[in-house]
Design a protein around this ligand. Structure first.
Ligand code: NAG
Ligand code: NAG
Ligand code: NAG
Length: 249
């Protein structure tokens, strides 16, 4: 009885997940640039998105993009010889300094993401649920609402499922799966916690104020990084989608 019910609920879950993926793939295939709903509400949303993969030959193993309301202001990927140069439209001293700092921070972000990726691979390998192609995605954002308040979020996923998140109210990492507990402990040093709070809390909102004043930001859609990143996202969605399909059989 119980096993039967569990089977059913598992199947239902997979079906829901499958439908969600199909919706995502379908939405993707006829979309232009990705939409950011915050752009319509007068909110400003600064996000850092990172993808680290293994087993894909056609996309860089590591890609990072920083966007402000859907516009790429910084990008970096492991196939580039050097990091993106400072765009000429970032021309105030303060904005330039922050942009340079953003570039400097790619190494630290890359360190943490690689650490998370390796920990996930190791822990999921231990439980026998590792795929040939693995995808680690992280997205950290802050949003500045029209009423002047702000909010932050940070989540990491592994192969499309939540791996670790940060609770900004409780100032702590949250591990929704036991495979993430090792990484959670690695990240819970005083300096790491301070950095996350400072970076996605204080500094991120300050950066919104700096970069929103660059008029050219609104014209800079469709840059190379967006293409590289979108291509990676498309492949990743397809891969997660086929994994779900395989599980259904
Ligand atoms: C900075 O860039 C903006 C937009 O491109 C331009 O209007 C402004 O004149 C520039 N300022 C300086 C000091 O170059
Ligand atoms: C997974 O675990 C096996 C057995 O311990 C090991 O031989 C293999 O190298 C591991 N694979 C990865 C990708 O870590
Ligand atoms: C500000 O706006 C956000 C988003 O609409 C809302 O969630 C929040 O409660 C508001 N805060 C205040 C103090 O009005």
């Amino acid at each position: 009885m119980c096993a039967e019910a569990m089977k059913k609920s598992n199947l239902l879950f997979l079906l829901l997940f499958y439908l969600l993926q199909v919706t995502m793939v379908l939405t993707d295939s006829n979309e232009g640039p990705e939409r950011d709903s915050s752009a319509d509400s007068g909110s400003l949303n600064l996000c850092i998105s990172v993808v680290k993969t293994s087993g894909f030959n056609t996309i860089p193993e590591y890609i990072q993009k920083n966007t402000l309301n859907d516009v790429t202001i910084f990008h970096y990927d492991s196939d580039m010889d050097s990091k993106m140069p400072c765009p000429d439209w970032i021309n105030s001293t303060a904005a330039r300094r922050e942009w340079n700092y953003m570039q400097f921070q790619t190494d630290r972000i890359s360190y943490h993401i690689t650490q998370g990726f390796e920990s996930a691979v190791q822990q999921f390998n231990r439980t026998g649920s590792l795929a040939d192609r693995n995808i680690y995605q992280a997205r950290g954002c802050c949003v500045l609402y029209p009423n002047g308040t702000s909010a932050s979020s940070l989540t990491h996923t592994f192969n499309g499922k939540d791996f670790i998140g940060f609770d900004f109210d409780r100032k702590t990492f949250v591990a929704p799966v036991h495979e993430a507990v090792v990484y959670k402990h690695q990240r819970e040093t005083r300096s790491s916690l301070f950095n996350v709070l400072h970076f996605f809390g204080t500094q991120c909102v300050q950066n919104i104020q700096l970069f929103k004043t660059a008029p050219a930001i609104l014209e800079r859609k469709g840059q190379k990084s967006r293409i590289v990143y979108s291509r990676a996202e498309q492949m990743i969605k397809k891969s997660i989608y086929s994994t779900v399909q395989a599980k259904r059989l």
